[in-house]
Each structure stands twice: as C-alpha cells, then as structure tokens.
Design a protein around this ligand. Structure first.
Ligand code: HEM
Length: 486
C-alpha cells in the first residue's frame, strides 16, 4: 500500500493516471509542471502524482541544494531491489539479467559509488580536464569548420550537425577511435539517439514504464518498441567494441577507458563488487550506453540553442565576435586559456544555458529514508525532481524569460556567476560529464562565431523558442544561413 504523502499540491487525482490532465497542458509537460508549481507549491515544494507515482517537485534553489546534497536522497529507485517498476523496466528493456541496476545513471548504493568514482577517475586519466582533451576537441572543431564551409550555399538544419563531432571527442577517450563523418549508418544512429533522448522521460514513456502490463498488451504503444530496438542495437555495438578490446588487451598498457575497466574486472576478487565478473561486464556495457546517450545529445542540444539565440539576437552575436576578434584574432582557434579575457562571451554562454534550460525537469532522485525539509516530511521511496524552469527562469531573475547576458556581468564588465545557474544539477549526483561538456561547449561555440555568422533562413524571421518536450529539449526544427566571416 502506498504511504499517504501530506505535501502541498493540486490534490485529488485520477487513479492510475494521477495529475496527468493537469500537467499535460497542450501536451507540454514542462510548462504544465511549471504552471502547477507556481499555483500550488509551498515552502519550495509541490507534490504531483505522475501516472501513479508520487513526485515531489522542488523549485526553490536552497531546498534543492539541501536535498540533493543529502546522501539519503541519492537513489534513483526503491531501496528494495525489485520494488520499483519504473527503474527495473530499464534494465529489462536493455536486455540485462534481473538484478540491481547497472551503469551510472540508474544505479544506486555501493554499485553507484564504485561505478561513478571509477568512471570519473578513468575519464580524467584519459584526458578529461587535461590539455590533451583540448587538443582532441580542437581536432574535431577543425574538421567541423571544414564541413560547415561546404554548407554555406544553402540553409542548414544545424541541430542535426553537432552530434557527431561532439560524440567523437568522447569516443576517442572511451574507445580509442572516432567515427567517419560520412558513415550513413552513423547518421541514422545519431538521429535515433536524438529521438530516444527526447522520448525518454516524456509522460508517455513514464506511463509505459510504470505500467509494464499495458506494454505487454500493446507492444507498439507510443513507439516503445522502437526505443527498445534502439537500446539493444547500441548495446550490441558496445558489446562488439568490448569483445574487440578483450582480444588486444595489454594489462600493462591500457589504451583507453574500456581497457582500464577490463583490467579492473580481471583484478576484482570481491564477489560483492560491481566490477566482479559478469556484473563488471554488465556495468561496463551499460555505462558506455549511458555516456553515449548523455554525452552527445545534451551538449549538441546546447549548441543548437546557442545558434538559435545568436540568430535571434544579432547584436549580441556581433558583440561576441568583436570580443573574439580583439582577444583571439583570426590566426588561431580560441583556446581555454582565453576564457578569462572573454567575459562577455562567457556571460553569453551562461545565458544560453539558462534560457535553453535543456534538462528542464532534471533527472529524478529518490529518498532512501524519510526526509525532513523546511517543515515538511518526504516519505522514503518518493521521487524528487527539480523544477529547473522555476530555479533558472522564475521570479528570482526578475526578467527571467528575457535573453540578457548582462545579468552575468557587473558594472565594470567583469563576469559574475550566480549559484542558481545549475544546468548540470547540484549535489551528489550532479552531471558526471560537466567538465567535458563545458570544454566542448566553449571551444565549439567560440570557434564557430570566430569563423561564421549565423543568420535566419528568411531575412526578418527568426526561429522560435518553441521546443519538442522530452527529457532534454531541442528547439523545433529551424534552418540557418552560415556565412563565413573571412
Ligand atoms: C551541456 C551538457 C550536459 C548537461 C546540461 C547535462 C545535465 C545533466 C543533468 C541535469 C544530470 C542529472 C543530475 C542529477 O541527477 O541531479 C546529469 C547526469 C549525468 N550526466 Fe550530464 N549533462 C551534460 C553533458 C554530459 C556529458 C558530456 C556526459 C558524459 C560524458 C554526461 C554524463 C552524465 C552522467 C553519467 C550522469 C549521471 C550521474 C549520476 O547519476 O551519478 N553528461 N547530466
């Protein structure tokens, strides 16, 4: 029996469906949840029932900070394995054997701590946050500039162009190789990846995952069969990669992240460890799938919003270009060491992440025991999700819906940060790829504005901020004219 949760919220809901009718306003669950939050929240929280699951929506920055830094709010599913259909179903869909959840994003407890720590350390050893990472990304930036220079005669659908160079940088570190730009199979894979990322986390996916029996009766409902097919396709690709690495593994000289994990699996004798034998392989393949999905779609979506805002705000685009011309010039690509001299550009990058707000409902956490916060009690095993729209665009900002980079600059033009800008979330489970994402975002954005101007497809009409709702939000398709600057 579900525990009664006494928190402010819209009150009575429909059995099984919860408050879906309220938050699915015009099929946009993001605006829907934000509007409900504005109407019903108290003390920074609101209780929403999402297709039978209680979800505490947090829109107050300090409440979220306290909750997400609490080690008892680091779970993704029920404390007792097998009691949370929602998360359990992911494992099943990926074709994993029943058991605790694998990988980083959905694991919890000891497995999560081990996998997250090891993944972060290994990615760092192979270049994350080091100058070699900048070189790897610069190689991709150069290739991408050449590619875009061939697209200057016709309007370009830029959203679909960023995934590949972004993915390639990560792939070099993980797998030791990169993809060919012209591989047609890859283009399909990347398109599927985008679709998958958007469908994942949408109310329809939650519905299917929370009521698996529905999916058994209607296997093609809401395209769930396509998601499963896609996940298994990627798992197969990852498994092939791992098998090849096993054949060439030199334990004294690991070449990439996969080699390093294979060595850890070989050396692990503790049966309870998440690196032990088959558990280790299962975690490896799931972590790779997750990095593949989380690592390409998010950063390329952010860059798509960046181009959209530059088309909408030509004066701001020109000011960034002027700063780049003055500090970097045209004889070399912008580099990380230029950052401190590019305050206006940095403020624009921050404002794009604030307004783009690409993961608007974050990724849910779950309380592993009852949590007292701000005079209210959140029962154990309740989902907790941020309302990023309220935190990054709500009342605190005054004109939060306006694109105004100056909010991140003081009177003297010096950059000033704001703790409420949290596109990578906050606390114990904050984004594992933040360093890579920020580096890619800066190097791609600055190089693109150094080399090109982005203009509307039809003079006088700018692309709209309307998005396709999902776990991460991409603007509705738009095209841009890419004009080389010199
Ligand atoms: C602009 C780009 C990105 C944004 C906006 C972003 C945002 C996020 C957010 C909001 C979370 C949820 C944190 C939480 O549970 O509270 C997250 C988690 C995660 N991200 Fe990212 N991310 C980005 C890029 C990346 C990249 C490049 C990678 C991998 C290389 C990555 C890997 C992950 C992983 C593995 C997690 C799960 C962490 C955990 O559960 O411990 N992300 N990200």
């Amino acid at each position: 029996r579900k525990e009664r949760v006494d928190l402010p919220g819209p009150g009575l809901c429909i059995p099984l469906l919860g408050h879906y009718k309220l938050f699915l306003q015009g099929s946009d669950n993001i605006k829907g949840i934000w509007n409900l939050y504005k109407q019903y929240s108290k003390q920074g929280v609101m209780l929403l029932n999402v297709f039978g699951m209680n979800n505490v929506i947090v829109g107050d920055f300090y409440v979220l900070k306290e909750l997400f830094n609490n080690p008892d709010v680091a779970n993704r599913g029920h404390v007792e394995f097998g009691k949370c259909n929602f998360i359990q179903k992911f494992n099943e869909d990926r074709g994993d054997p029943p058991g605790p959840l694998s990988g980083v994003i959905f694991s919890q407890g000891r497995a999560w701590v081990e996998q997250r720590r090891f993944t972060l350390k290994t990615l760092r050893d192979f270049g994350f946050g080091k100058s070699s990472m900048e070189e790897t990304i610069h190689d991709e930036v150069r290739q991408f500039i050449v590619y875009l220079k061939n697209c200057t005669n016709t309007p370009v659908d830029i959203a679909r162009k960023f995934n590949l160079p972004i993915l390639n940088a990560l792939w070099k570190i993980m797998v030791g190789e990169s993809f060919e730009y012209t591989d047609p199979k890859l283009e399909k894979l990347l398109n599927d990846l985008g679709e998958f990322a958007r469908r994942f986390g949408s109310p329809s996916t939650v519905l299917v995952l929370n009521y698996p029996w529905l999916f058994k009766i209607f296997p093609t409902l809401l395209n769930r069969n396509k998601d499963i097919e896609f996940m298994r396709e990627i798992m197969l690709m990852m498994n092939k990669c791992i098998e090849q690495h096993k054949l060439t593994l030199d334990v004294n000289s690991p070449k990439d992240v996969i080699d390093t994990v294979l060595i850890e699996i070989q050396n692990t004798k503790d049966e309870l460890s998440s690196f032990y034998q088959n558990k280790g392989y299962n975690n490896l393949v799931n972590t790779m799938l997750e990095l593949f999905v989380a690592g390409s779609e998010t950063t390329s979506t952010t860059l798509t919003w960046a181009v959209l805002y530059m088309i909408r705000e030509p004066e701001i685009q020109s000011k960034v270009q002027a700063e780049l011309d003055r500090v970097v010039g045209t004889s070399r690509l912008p580099s990380l060491s230029d950052r401190s001299q590019l305050p206006y550009t940095e403020a624009v990058l921050m404002e794009i992440q604030r307004c783009g707000n690409i993961v608007p409902n974050g990724v849910h956490h779950m309380a592993s025991r009852p949590i007292q916060i701000n005079g209210v009690t959140i029962p154990a095993n309740t989902m907790i999700s941020p309302c990023m729209s309220e935190i990054m665009k709500g009342d605190y900002w005054g004109d939060g819906l306006v694109f105004r980079p100056e909010r991140f600059l003081d009177e003297s033009g010096t950059l000033k940060s704001d703790e409420r800008l949290i596109p990578f979330s906050i606390g114990k489970r904050r984004c594992l790829g933040e360093t890579l994402a920020k580096t890619e975002y800066f190097l791609f954005f600055t190089a693109l504005l150094q080399q090109f101007s982005f203009m509307p497809e039809i003079s006088g009409t700018v692309p709209s901020e309307t998005y396709v709702p999902g776990a991460s939000i991409l603007p509705i398709p738009f095209k841009t004219i890419v004009k080389p600057r010199y």
